[in-house]
Design a protein around this ligand. Sequence first.
Ligand SMILES: Cc1ncc(COP(=O)(O)O)c(C=O)c1O
Length: 394
Amino acid sequence: MLAKLVPRFQFDVSFADLCKACTFLFNSKPFDSQSIVGLWKTKRAAFCSLSVRSAWDLALTQWNFDSESEIIVSPITVKGMIEIIYDHGLVPVPVDLQLNFLVPSLEELERALTPKTKAILISYLYGSKPRIDAILDFAKKHNLLLIEDAAQAFDGLDYAGNPEADLSMFSFGPIKTCTALGGAVSFCKSNLFARAVEEREKSWVQLDNLWFLKRVFKYGLLKFLSCKRVYGFFMSMLTLFTRNPDQVLKSLVRGFGSGSVLQGIRKRAPLVLMNFLKYRLQNYSQERLSRRRHLGRTLVQNLPSVLSIPGSKVEDHSFWIFPVIVKDADRWIRILRDHGFDANGSGTNVGMVDGSRFAMPVAKLLSSSLLYLPLSPDLSDKDFKALLTFLKRT
Ligand SMILES: Cc1ncc(COP(=O)(O)O)c(C=O)c1O
């Protein structure tokens, strides 16, 4: 019952960072979003917001497409991104992905194109940064906007998305790389667009310090519970006292509670959150990213062939999370747990978009047969070796 268990996920923030966050509660200096944007090595214009979903909502309001216009979307994403499209009177058109590259093929895009298509929203899954040159050419040829949903793909300040994309959105929500417990930075082509979006955002209510403080406590507690020595006990308690421990964990981690997504995201980030985000970006260790990339690559090179890896041919990958495709995820989860590793299966907040006009075999596979391995830069060499040995043997 008190066995050590490697947690399925590690929050990418230290207790010292969380203490530092509290010091920003007393900082009331006016904040300029450009002091965050300017940290990136890019000349692209950009704006900050409470979340990627807030940025997406603001951008759609600014573009103001005719109602019933269509947006081609990745078939796997968070539900909120799709809800926002519907809320603007638009129609999401999911198209299937290529399993090895995690982007749609040109044939799939061609098939989905109609006179109503206005934009393509590509989600970069699991920390991958796929090549999108061909998709950009396709978008230009058909006069479509190209939007990169890079919520899962922050990879240091050298990467601000593809400069040819119309919008590239990065999330710093609680479970993201370099988290500030919230916040997003979105790069775009035109300064005019960025400033117009910022003007629009001013009409939204600003969240207060108490909201942020509650977050610090909530994620501080969750971080404590995910320490290896405590996590096994915590999971045993959840299993003992709840019917579905997995569901409980997922709802605990969720960023904006369980109410309406739109209510939660149409808010301005409090000053303290933006100051904390700036601090995190200024102090984030590149070594963590390098270690995660190294562990991910080592797994890719050494996994047995029964475990296929979505996105295995994406050259540029930061391995935010590490899913593999398995036949019987529940069995794997049980065996891994017996060996001291907590893995989880499909059914995270990121899932398949409903209502496609086309068959989507890859999306179906990704939404039903994934096993997320507990890979993180905090995994010790000893645990990593044990995980690798176990996977090779099983
Ligand atoms: C692919 C993808 N898009 C968008 C989002 C939303 O990001 P945020 O929480 O900043 O709104 C997420 C969050 O997990 C995501 O994974």
